[in-house]
Ligand binder design. Structure first.
Ligand code: B1M
Length: 239
């Protein structure tokens, strides 16, 4: 980890936007929660849209962490610190992104699949969906099929969202979808899947309604599929 002791001496508020963004990416890399929270607040006070802080500073910072994790420069404990710092920033952005005043347009249960504990992407999807007016029930990480079934029974969502970040855990999405089929729950639930190693072909192969590349795309697809469903129901009510 590139420990930058000098960040103790840096007054974040004195940096211009570009310097602050880069400094925050360094601080994310070094897992400095307080600095990420402070930097996020400064950018918001300067009038940055929360979405811009998220995409241009925090998500970009995690992308850099991911590259060094892949290349063996960073290891699990360090990446965990970065992930926690990311969450410190996200917790400030969450209420702002969710503040749309729109009425609930649909309900989604979302969780990371069994064997997988990555949750940053899933949390982002939850935040963006809430911001777009969806009610989101987040069932967390490492979910066996039983958890999805219980959540569907309890909450009766329009959408089931599944996240997987590992090539070894993504096939489990197929297991969940097959079980929904067997339990006769598949046709009444829109299934969306996402996560870095997935693609459209995989989404089709496991029988999902759609693969979602990122949180913004998830919102678009969810809205579109809900609209299609409503008009189908209206059509069948007329006939
Ligand atoms: Co992990 N990890 N990790 N890790 N980790 C990856 C995924 C990896 C690609 C790193 C690498 O080698 N470059 C690699 C997977 C390789 C592979 O399978 N091919 C990997 C590995 C190998 C591992 C371990 C096995 C390491 C080990 O122990 N030796 C281990 C596995 C643990 C487990 O799950 N059982 C492990 C552990 C960890 C940490 C715990 C240290 C930490 C997770 C902390 C946490 O999440 N709370 C971690 C992290 C942080 C990463 C990287 C660096 C970053 C992931 C992330 O948060 N990205 C990651 C490298 C990378 O992806 N670049 C890596 C930012 C996030 C915003 O993006 O999650 O892609 P993402 O989400 C996006 C979209 O994918 C999409 O929208 C999101 C927002 O736009 N999306 C959805 C995601 N889920 C969706 C669900 C939807 C819709 C869209 O539902 C509808």
């Amino acid at each position: 980890m590139a420990i930058d002791d000098s960040s103790d001496d840096i007054n974040l508020a004195e940096l211009d936007d570009k310097e602050l963004s880069l400094q925050m990416q360094d601080d994310l890399y070094d897992g400095l929660n307080n600095e990420i929270a402070e930097g996020t607040s400064i950018l918001l006070d300067r009038g940055w849209h929360p979405q811009k802080v998220l995409n241009e500073v925090l998500v970009e910072g995690m992308r850099i962490v991911g590259v060094d994790f892949r290349d063996g420069v960073l290891f699990v404990p360090e990446v965990l610190l970065s992930a926690n710092a990311m969450k410190a920033g996200m917790s400030l952005l969450k209420p702002l992104l969710a503040e749309t005043g729109t009425s609930v347009i649909g309900k989604m249960v979302i969780g990371t699949v069994k064997g997988d504990i990555h949750d940053i992407g899933k949390n982002l999807v939850s935040m963006m969906m809430e911001g777009a007016g969806f009610e989101v029930i987040d069932i967390g990480i490492n979910n066996p099929v039983e958890n999805y079934l219980m959540a569907i029974e309890e909450h009766k969502p329009d959408i089931l969202g599944m996240s997987a970040l590992l090539t070894t855990t993504m096939p489990y999405m197929g297991t969940v979808i097959e079980t929904l089929d067997k339990e006769n729950l598949r046709s009444e639930t829109i299934v969306l899947v996402g996560g870095a190693p997935l693609n459209e072909e995989f989404g089709r192969a496991v029988g999902a309604d759609a693969y979602c590349r990122d949180a913004a795309v998830t919102v678009e697809i969810a809205k579109q599929l809900i609209e299609e469903r409503v008009s189908q129901h209206q059509q069948s009510a007329i006939q």
